[in-house]
Design a binder for this molecule. Sequence first.
Ligand code: ZN
Ligand code: ZN
Ligand code: FE
Length: 742
Amino acid sequence: MKLRGWVKNTAAGVEIEVEGQADDLQAFFQALRQESPPLARVDGITATAHPPRGYADFAIQHSQSQPGDFIPISPDVAICPDCLDELFDPADRRYRYPFINCTNCGPRFTIIEGIPYDRPQTTMKSFPLCAACAAEYHDPRDRRFHAQPVACADCGPRLWLEVGGQEVLSGEAALLETQRRIAGGEILAIKGLGGFHLACDATNPAAVAELRRRKLRVDKPFALMMLDAAAVAAQCLLSDEEQALLESRARPIVILRRRMDSRLCAALSPGQDTAGVMLPYTPLHYLLLHDAARPGAAWVMTSANLSEEPIATHNEEARQRLGGIADAFLMHNRAIRTRCDDSVARLAEAGRPLLLRRGRGYAPQPVRLPFEAAPVLAAGAELKNTFCLGRGRYAFLSQHIGDLENDETLQAYEDSVAHLEALFRVQPEVIAHDLHPDYLATRYALERAARQGLPAVGVQHHHAHIAACMADNGLDGKRAVIGVAFDGVGYGEDGLSWGGEFLLADYRGFRRAAHLAYIPLPGGDLARREVWRLALAWLWQCGLPWEEVAWLQTASPQQAQAAQVVRRQLEKRLNAPLSSSMGRLFDAAAALAGVRQAVNYEGQAAIEFEALVDPEETGAYPFAVAQQEGMLILDPAALFGEMLADLRARRAAGVIAARFHNGVAEMVAQVAGRLRDEHGIEQVALSGGVWQNATLLNKTVACLQRAGLGVLLHRQVPPNDGGVALGQAVIALHAQGRPAEG
Ligand code: ZN
Ligand code: ZN
Ligand code: FE
């Protein structure tokens, strides 16, 4: 643009000084916003005028990194269209090279070992650039200018196939053999971007069943990978918005509805009408699913771990841990520094994406805060754990860590905390944690706060959910919202288990205004898995008879005896802790409706219940709302009464499921409307794991809007416990008086 001056990276972003004709400068400003590179993120542009200094040319100045600076780190993003063209262009020097990348695509977060972000500080350091790659790397006009992971077949990582710990084939031959073995029904471990996948043919029932058996995974759905949107559309219903999400640079797993005539095995997601599908995101994936594979090939690509363990990342670790699961290993020698699972999303209200798991493609992209934050660490919750680091205007929510319930995951957690603190140069001055004393994350937070002499701030779980939703929407927190926090479990201020909560909340505090009636959970934690206990508990609580429950009439002697134990537990309040959990109410209703009596993964009964909903049905089961000492108590006695009557009348399961969902949605609008009238608050924030239920979410949003209420939904972080840490951070900062007005 005939401009002179310089450009350089700084801690605050990019600094540019340019001189030239007014028209050219104007065009430059416009281009900055409109033609910035795909991975650039322009949060704002500040410009000031100076008298010309008379520069002779335009220069790229070297950035000096200052201690305490931080530079945002890009998530790993899918291969770009240019690289994809080159990958399949026989004339290109990177033709069929599985690790092709450029400035606009490729690995980032998962290969970075330290900052500043330079090749010696990534796992690419062991691959010295060849002359051709170095020329591209140093040429400002090249697409690979300063692309740290740049590589080619002469200088970069390589691919090989291992069987029984021995390399049997490499390069192209390893690729072809992988395709052949998958087509033949084998299970392969394939090293990817943020970890290993286990892969098999998703249209081969025997292979899928064998993978379930070896992975010790009973019913929890497997994710799939297919070549492109056309292949997906042949198996699943695909809206334009879903296709856009599927093809986005983040390439999340998208939850889609399976077509009736789908060739996909039912065993991929038993009891559900959906499939979790993603498109290839690395050049290796494209090579695997391209030409040699049968047209329309669909592969299971599930995180390579045994149930409950973190996903395997290192070659040696994979050999040891996956040796009993995989028939062969497709390996490469680019090390993975940071474990990062595939993200999961679905489309919810008004075609908007809802993240269910935030990992590859999204993390560690920061959430912009509406205030200036002191350095803070929020430890997160237990299930679907993520943690959050904050500084300045940014909250860095970590990638999905997993269920923090064992030593392996705790180790991964502690490593990630240390790594992200180093990358973003955050030295926490405040540590936030859940109120639950037994969460490993809570223990970590308290121990560390004590060791470093830092203030530890306990944050109520559902308050954190609502604050997360507010921060997710950029609210400054000066005005309170009506927070509807529905989830499975969260430690309440009264020491009981909460989960069906209406909170009047801002960042400084909350008031519990309404909640689902408490019921005893017979058997405590056992009731989480054996959901039939919850159904009986609710009937008992509501004074309804058990005799009419169909599955009890046909129960085995052992089951009948177990039911008698439950009755005793309820009557004597033995091993039956109180809970107001909405998640458990869904489980209870699903069990009562005969969906299933036990679950083998979190939320299974509720998810299968949702799948039954008849979209045509408009009837709704009623809730009673009672006032008790200034608190509204939501009582589903009438709901269960009508549900039993419908079951007695043998009404269709889809109608029963719909009336239940409609009932909850209408109750939310009714209670929120009442709270609005009493307190003058117009905004309703929906957060908590129950809102992963898109059917419930859509119905509830419609009811709230009809009642004239504003609705806040999650945008950048999941509504489940994967988003809680963001709320913890924001609340702890306010408790410490540490946000400066800005
Ligand atoms: Zn590229
Ligand atoms: Zn090279
Ligand atoms: Fe929660």
